[in-house]
Design a binder for this molecule. Structure first.
Ligand code: PNW
Length: 462
């Protein structure tokens, strides 16, 4: 039996576009994901999030189910175009009402809300009129939007995450083009990353200046990072793995927690990496009350040899992989999920250690971890023993990290329920709750009950 610290935070997570549906209801404007999904060829089987998990209409039942399962913290995101249909101007009252009722329902059920302000569904008008995240102005629009959210929800919401995974926005949205807005460039990711960091910094400044003293909440961002294990213990491979994590996590975490981009990025990227003005640097440095981390998997990493093809995991045409000069390798003996992601729980502990050292022992929240599996309902039941094993193994590594002195404060399972997995549509099931997309019926998987017991008892049974 493995016991967790008394106040350890257990939660589950989702995001607006992946679960809400109701894409044309309640006065909502369009987002870049609505447009992307309605562009033929972009999403597996032409699927869209028009209906998704229909959370917009079923949130009351879903929250009742969360409470029944014993869940205590719920991380979800707000759809910016539901709140501001074009991304600027007056808030849409129906959007405000929806989220306000959602928050009240959570609180009535004893569930603490954790709000992500941006989980990728940028108002389409900002993309069309202003080139979205390529334009420094978008950071300013974002602060106005965040201000509306703090104003309307901050009396009841004490945990804020500005951005979910800026790395994914920059790389999958502007480098390999698999995600909205679907661009492919070797320099745009660095420009976009820069504006995302500015948006984050400005938003945290706004929260701290105008809201934090009376609302008394905390605010940060959630970065995603896989672990990169040196393929061999040669100094070259060790340096390559270190460089890979700096390009992945350091890109967005160094400016916030250390005050600038990693030196290895500045020296390798030269003019392609924007520089912070003194004002922006000051704004961004220290703009995190905790270290939000989303972690899923691990790969080996080696120094790329002269002329060697980068690897099968490369997005597009080299680009950021060439910039890093690394080669990634999947160990064929590792089990993988339906995403093709390796199950390597020890990588989670190593990454937590890396963060603890580099950023001087910050309080860490694991804001996403989980796996996609080929779940099926049989006689009303989803026997997903593999997910239980996955969660158990990752959570046990988290526990070890805590034993080693790492300040890990909480763990959020991705995801509360099955949902729209971006360009892979509904083919990936990450949920603790199964959804039959023919009738939208919900079936808690075996893992959902298992996780409820973990939360209730604050222990992992061997
Ligand atoms: C995260 N990658 O996305 C997101 O926060 C979720 O919306 C998503 O459903 C979940 O993880 C599972 O994919 C990622 O390619 C998408 O490295 C892609 C990557 C990482 C995270």
């Amino acid at each position: 039996m493995t016991e967790f610290p008394k106040h350890f935070i257990w939660g589950t997570a989702t995001s607006s576009y992946q679960i809400e549906g109701a894409w044309l209801e309640g006065g909502k404007g369009l987002s870049i994901w609505d447009a992307f999904c309605h562009t033929p060829g972009k999403i597996k089987h032409g699927q869209t999030g028009d209906v998704a998990s229909d959370f917009y209409h079923r949130y009351k039942d879903d929250i009742a189910l969360m409470a029944q399962l014993g869940y205590k913290n719920y991380r979800f995101s707000l759809s910016w175009p539901r709140i501001q249909p074009t991304g600027y101007g007056k808030p849409n009252p129906e959007g405000i009402r929806f989220y306000s009722d959602l928050i009240d329902t959570l609180l009535e059920h004893g569930i603490t809300p954790w709000i992500t302000l941006y989980h990728w569904d940028l108002p389409l008008a900002l993309q069309l009129e202003h080139h979205g995240w390529l334009n420094p102005k978008t950071a300013e629009f974002f602060v106005d939007y965040a201000d509306i959210c703090f104003e309307h929800f901050g009396d009841r919401v004490k945990h804020w995450i500005t951005l979910n995974e800026p790395w994914v926005v920059a790389i999958l949205g502007f480098h390999d083009g698999a995600m909205a807005p679907g661009r492919s460039s070797n320099h745009e990711p660095y420009l976009v990353g820069h504006q995302l960091l500015r948006a984050h910094g400005l938003t945290v400044e706004r929260y701290r200046q105008k809201f934090q003293s009376r609302q008394k909440g905390m605010i940060s961002l959630s970065n995603n990072c896989d672990w990169r294990e040196p393929l061999t213990d040669s100094p070259q491979d060790q340096a390559a793995a270190q460089r890979a994590v700096e390009f992945f996590l350091g890109w967005f975490a160094d400016p916030v927690f250390l005050g600038d981009y990693p030196e290895v990025m500045r020296s390798r990227l030269g003019d392609r990496l924007p520089q912070f003005t003194d004002k922006d640097r000051e704004l961004i440095h220290g703009s995190g009350d905790f270290f939000g981390l989303n972690h899923y998997t691990t790969l080996y990493c080696a120094q790329r040899k002269e002329g060697e093809a980068v690897d099968p995991f490369t997005f597009g045409n080299g680009g950021i992989m060439e910039d890093q000069d690394i080669k990634l390798v999947l160990d064929p003996s590792w089990e993988t999920t339906t995403m093709g992601w390796a199950v390597a729980p020890w990588g989670c502990r190593k990454l937590l250690n890396w963060i603890d050292k580099r950023y001087d022992h910050p309080p860490i929240l694991l804001t996403e971890n989980g796996c996609a599996l080929p779940d099926q309902v049989k006689e009303g039941r989803v026997n997903d023993q593999k997910r239980i094993e996955f969660l158990k193994s990752y959570i046990l590594e988290c526990h070890q990290a805590i034993q080693q002195g790492i300040d890990l404060r909480g763990y959020f399972c991705w995801s509360f329920m099955d949902n729209f997995e971006w360009s892979l549509g509904f083919s990936q099931r990450f949920g603790l709750v199964f959804i039959d997309y023919n009738n939208l019926k919900r079936y808690p998987k075996d893992s959902a009950f298992w996780y409820g017991n973990v939360i209730r008892n604050n222990v992992i049974q061997a």
